[in-house]
Design a protein around this ligand. Structure first.
Ligand code: AMP
Ligand code: FE
Ligand code: FE
Ligand code: ZN
Length: 290
C-alpha cells in the first residue's frame, strides 16, 4: 500500500491536470496522494473531487521556496486548505513576487539577445502558475537549447545569466505560518539544502524544535540506502518520513506517479502520520478525512 505526496499539475509547472494525475495514481494502486503545486492551491478542488470519486485519500498541499542558512529550502506544506489563513494570505504575496520575477526573466533573456515572448510562456503554462520550466519549454521551441535541462544549465539555473532571484520567507517564519494555518511543513528533497550528510541531524533537530513536521525521506531520486537513512533520522527526531515522485509530467521526463523512476514506494503510513502531525492547529486534529 503506497502513496505519493509530491505531485505537480498544470496549476504550476506540471503538464497534467489534477484529474489525470488522480487517474495515474489509481492505475498504479495508490491509496493516497497530495497535490503540491508551487505557491498555490488552485488545483485542490479538482484533485479533491477526482480523488474522492476514485476512492483515494487526498491531502491538499503546496510547495514553497524559503531562505535557509546553507542554501535554498523547499517546504512542502500539507493540509493547507484553500481560502484565507496566515500562510494562505502570504501565498498571494509570493505569487506577486513570482509574477514580477517572471517579467524580469523576460527582460534578462531579451538583453541576452533571445527575443522571447511572455505571451508564449503564459500560453505554455496554460495561463497560470508560470515557472521556469515553462520558459525552458519555450526556449526549446525557439531552438535556443536542446531540452529543458539544457535550458536550466545554460540560462535559468541559479548563477546562469537568465536567473533572477526572488524574495522568500525565512524557513522559521514559513514553518510558523504553516502551523498557524493548521498545516504540516515538511522539508522537500533535503539534498538541495547544501548540507553534508553529517550535518543533517543537527539541522533537522533545530527545525523540528521550531515546528517542522517531517522530512521527504522517500524521494524518487534517492537510492534506497539514503531513503532508509533519512527515515531513520526522522524516527530519532519524531518527524514524519514522507515521500513522493515530484512528478511534473513532460517537464521532468521519466518520472511516474507513485513509482518515481520505477523503484519508489512511499509507505501509506506516511499519510496517516502526517494526519496525526496536524496536532492542535487551527483546523484541529480531527480534520475531515480527505
Ligand atoms: P520556479 O519555481 O519558477 O523558480 O521554477 C523552479 C522549478 O524548476 C522547480 O520546481 C523544478 O520543477 C524546475 N527546475 C529547477 N531547477 C531545474 C534544473 N536544473 N533542471 C530542470 N528543472 C529544474
Ligand atoms: Fe517544479
Ligand atoms: Fe522542489
Ligand atoms: Zn516539487
Amino acid at each position: 500500500m503506497a502513496v505519493d505526496l509530491h505531485l505537480h499539475s498544470v496549476f504550476s509547472d506540471g503538464s497534467e491536470t489534477p484529474s489525470v494525475i488522480v487517474d495515474m495514481a489509481a492505475r498504479v494502486g495508490l491509496t493516497g496522494i497530495a497535490l503540491t503545486d508551487h505557491d498555490n492551491l488552485d488545483g485542490v478542488p479538482e484533485a479533491a473531487a477526482a480523488a474522492a470519486a476514485a476512492g483515494i485519500a487526498f491531502v491538499p498541499g503546496t510547495e514553497i521556496s524559503v531562505n535557509w542558512a546553507s542554501g535554498p529550502m523547499h517546504l512542502l506544506i500539507y493540509f493547507l486548505e484553500p481560502g484565507e489563513g496566515p500562510l494562505q494570505d502570504r501565498l498571494e504575496e509570493i505569487r506577486a513576487g513570482r509574477a514580477n520575477r517572471n517579467t524580469q526573466i523576460v527582460d534578462r533573456l531579451r538583453s541576452l539577445g533571445i527575443e522571447i515572448d511572455f505571451d508564449e510562456v503564459l500560453a505554455e503554462a496554460g495561463g497560470t502558475g508560470v515557472g521556469r520550466p515553462h520558459f525552458a519549454a519555450v526556449l526549446v521551441r525557439m531552438g535556443c537549447v536542446a531540452d529543458v535541462r539544457d535550458a536550466f544549465d545554460r540560462y535559468l539555473a541559479k548563477g546562469r545569466p537568465g536567473f533572477v532571484d526572488q524574495k522568500h520567507l525565512d524557513a522559521e517564519e514559513a514553518i510558523a505560518l504553516a502551523r498557524a494555518s493548521g498545516a504540516v511543513p515538511v522539508i522537500a528533497h533535503p539534498h538541495t539544502l547544501g548540507l553534508v550528510a553529517a550535518d543533517y541531524a543537527a539541522a533537522f533537530e533545530y527545525l523540528a524544535a521550531v515546528g517542522l513536521g517531517g522530512i521527504e525521506a522517500y524521494y524518487a531520486e534517492y537510492p534506497l540506502e539514503m531513503r532508509r537513512h533519512l527515515a531513520g533520522l526522522c524516527e530519532n527526531l519524531a518527524l514524519v518520513a514522507t515521500g513522493g515522485s515530484d512528478f511534473h509530467g513532460s517537464y521532468k521526463p521519466g518520472l511516474a506517479v507513485g513509482r518515481g523512476y520505477g523503484d519508489l514506494v512511499v509507505p501509506d503510513m506516511a499519510l496517516e502520520e502526517l494526519r496525526s502531525a496536524r496536532g492542535g492547529g487551527s483546523q484541529g486534529a480531527e480534520g475531515p478525512a480527505r
